[in-house]
Design a protein. Sequence first.
Length: 131
Amino acid sequence: MGNAIQEEAGDLWLAIAEKVDEALAHLATTDNIKVRELVSSKIGSLVIEHVESLLFKVSSLRPIETAPKDGSYVLLFGLRGYTSTAWRCEVGQYDGRYKMPWRNHSNDSFTDGGEPPIYWMPLPSPVLFQA
């Protein structure tokens, strides 16, 4: 990763931290449970929005709508596969014969593990893994 990308990623993380700190400060000023729930929800949305922005800047993630639908295998990314992880990634492909067309490498629906994929990226070149 180049220095310019590292600097930009650092700046984005600082922006996230500042906004979360600001939201938490507001949260601490009220005893109203409804307000706390609303602010907590907004904090989560804000973090997800900024993390997605950072992921696009430092990776090759692409919107799922742009993924190949010719049976090629790609890396699929989706939110909240399980409660212990926010993201999951699986090798998969599009197969229009199914109601849930995004299939993992075992031909199970990607949604068996949670939400449908929202991003994709090409598989890395095998050359990267050769000794």
